[in-house]
Design a protein around this ligand. Structure first.
Ligand code: MN
Length: 131
């Protein structure tokens, strides 16, 4: 079985490095984009298994990027997990409205991060087709 592929959309280099390291150590393959625009292109062409979406991005923000991912039939099936600083109140509710399936607040728990992400992979929103 191929390792799950995670697309990280994140403009902060330190946040990107930390998340990438934690996921790669756990056996994931990581793709990265530093802008929403690049993230949308990569999501469509690379079809990752999950997207970690920073809310605060230069230009188009993570909420708008998520809305576009959900409106595009080529990417609507890919689960999007929002990532934002916990002090940004209101982001969590906005993320769900935009179409995110989960929300991770920063600072991330480095011991649990990869496990959290793995859990969101299993709980894909389109699993409702069964039963
Ligand atoms: Mn950011």
């Amino acid at each position: 079985m191929k390792p799950p592929r995670i697309l990280i959309v994140e403009d902060n280099p330190m946040n990107m490095e930390l998340a990438t390291d934690l996921l790669e150590v756990a056996g994931f393959t990581v793709l990265s984009a530093t802008t929403a625009e690049d993230g949308l292109v990569l999501a469509s062409t690379e079809q990752p298994d999950l997207i970690l979406m920073d809310i605060g991005l230069p230009g188009m923000d993570g909420l708008e990027a998520t809305r576009r991912l959900k409106q595009n039939h080529a990417t609507t099936h890919i689960p999007v997990v929002a990532v934002s600083a916990s002090v940004m109140s209101g982001d969590e509710a906005k993320a769900f409205v935009a179409g995110c399936c989960a929300y991770i607040s920063r600072p991330i728990d480095t011991r649990q991060f990869a496990k959290l992400v793995a859990g969101y992979l299993v709980a894909k929103p389109q699993a409702e087709s069964a039963s």
